[in-house]
Design a protein. Structure first.
Length: 518
């Protein structure tokens, strides 16, 4: 009786020990997985920030080039002989030629005398409607008169309309100030030309901030004219406030709690770049919701954790069954043997934890973009590292199929550009193609490649359309994610489950043999 009681107590203690060890392993795996996921989310946010910074830089450069081209045209106009003699008919004809040559980039061109009176303008109907009859009260007029140098800056008309004025002095041969020649650009038209073109598939808000930190343009008209500092609640990535960062006139990005439309406050990734307009520095900023930026990483993390939890529960059930069986049927030597087996299982769980770490860490997602003519316009560094094809080989060509297929055939991005939804079933029907639940108009699929960048890989594709301001598809973006580790892990987990099942069967057979011997 004493021997049986001792075995029972030992079995109970062993069962409790197994449960405690298993729970400890679960907690360690979950804590480690959460830590790695946060690091992966940070990497994704930084990668997205760098990509968006390049887009913002392009938008800012485009605006600067626009202003420079207008300024050069106005300077050229100021040097024409007709501007010195100020023959009304010839001057008007010259302004018309310059206006048409700028192809709608400016609202109007006007010639103003030394007292600020408008002598002539084209289109004539716009001049006084926008700026009024006399311009001597404006800062830009006084600045040009005082310095005899070109001027670029923001002007608020009598009607409250904000415009950008580009002005140059109109000097006589003797060098005396005789007035100015100006051209005005609508801020909203400038942003429509460059900011809207800079939008990608990620939902974002683009805005313009002047050199004083005031919002010049925002989708929510209630925020126009608001100090940018009033919209921000606090910064996350850097110590500077958003307003302080913008006023430095540098290109960068950061994470901020930011107030947007509807007075909602959420965590955002804000990318900004300076726009140099004469002696002023404005900023263009693109605000993207942080949760949307890291959505793909978070989805992968959830899927991985579901698989890991399933394995953990399988181990718990197996451990309980073995402990129960050993308590009833095996002697002390067999109990000790099972304790050694339990240690082996703990080691295997640690190895599985390391496998999960490898799946979660990954590398930045490769991306390429094609235009409506199926020509590659973007092939990033991660794509080069994945496929072995350099951007110099791919940009401007329609050979984006080459890393994946031996002969030319459409990829998902091609089918999206052509709106060929039927083609998705034809070419990707066996690749689990489906409509994305996170990105509007996007499709995702998976495929296996024997040799991609020198390796056999499983890839996850996600392709989405890029629209212009009219809602027409002008390009498509496709991202590739190497999920080979996830596939390998899935096979490993399946093999491990089969191994546990086999061990359990062996234990049952051993129990039956012991019963037969008894």
């Amino acid at each position: 009786m004493a021997g049986k009681q001792g075995k029972k107590i030992f079995a109970v203690n062993m069962q409790v020990s197994i449960w405690m060890t298993t729970i400890a392993v679960i907690i360690l795996i979950l804590l480690f997985a959460v830590t790695i996921n946060r690091a992966r989310e940070r990497d994704m946010a930084e990668q997205f920030g760098r990509q968006q910074a390049a887009i913002a830089r392009g938008m800012a450069s485009g605006m600067e080039d626009l202003v420079v081209s207008v300024e050069k045209s106005i300077i050229m106009l100021s040097r024409l002989p007709v501007m010195e003699k100020m023959n009304a008919g010839d001057a008007l004809q010259s302004m018309k030629v310059i206006y048409e040559n700028l192809e709608g980039k400016v609202e109007l061109i006007a010639v103003v005398d030394s007292k600020g009176e408008i002598l002539s303008g084209y289109p004539s109907d716009n001049v006084r409607d926008i700026l009024g009859a006399n311009l001597s009260r404006y800062d830009f007029f006084r600045a040009i008169k005082a310095t005899s140098k070109p001027y670029v800056g923001e002007v608020i008309s009598p009607g409250g309309v904000k415009t950008v004025v580009v002005g140059v002095p109109r000097n006589e041969r003797a060098g005396n100030f005789s007035g100015v020649i100006i051209a005005t650009l609508s801020i909203s038209s400038v942003l429509d030309r460059y900011v809207k073109q800079g939008k990608g598939v990620m939902p974002s808000v683009s805005m313009m901030v002047n050199s004083e930190g005031k919002v010049l343009l925002h989708p929510d008209e209630r925020l126009v004219g608001t100090d940018i500092g009033a919209l921000e609640t606090r910064a996350l990535r850097s110590g500077d406030s958003l307003k302080a960062a913008l006023l430095k006139g540098k290109e960068d990005y950061g994470e901020y709690f930011f107030k947007g439309s509807g007075d909602t406050v959420e965590r955002n990734l804000v990318v900004y770049a300076p726009v140099h307009l004469g002696n002023q520095v404005w900023s263009v900023a693109v605000v993207s919701p942080y949760n949307r930026v890291i959505a793909l990483v978070r989805k992968t993390f959830i899927n991985t954790m579901v698989g890991a939890i399933a394995v953990i529960f399988a181990v718990i059930i197996a451990s309980f069954s073995i402990a129960y069986s050993s308590r009833k049927r095996l002697q002390m030597k067999e109990e000790l043997e099972r304790l050694r087996e339990r240690e082996d299982w703990e080691e295997r769980l640690i190895r599985e934890k390391k496998t999960i770490e490898g799946i979660i860490e990954g590398s930045p997602i490769p991306t390429f973009v094609i235009n409506k003519d199926h020509r590659v316009i973007l092939w990033n560094r991660a794509c080069t590292e994945l496929t072995g094809y350099d951007a110099s080989e791919m940009i401007g060509t329609d050979r984006h199929f080459a890393p994946f297929y031996p002969q030319q055939r459409p990829v998902i991005a091609d089918l999206i550009v052509d709106r060929d939804i039927g083609g998705l079933a034809k070419y990707y029907g066996t690749k689990k193609v489906r409509r994305s639940t996170t990105v509007k108009g996007a499709y995702e699929a998976r495929d296996f490649y024997d040799n991609l960048g020198g390796k056999s890989r499983y890839l996850y594709f996600l392709a989405a359309p890029i629209y212009d301001e009219k809602g027409e598809i002008i390009a498509a973006i496709e991202t590739l994610q190497d999920i080979s580790r996830e596939m390998d892990m899935s096979r490993s987990l399946k093999e491990y489950a089969e191994t546990l099942q086999n061990e359990l069967s062996e234990n049952i057979n051993l129990r039956k043999e012991n019963e037969a011997l008894s």
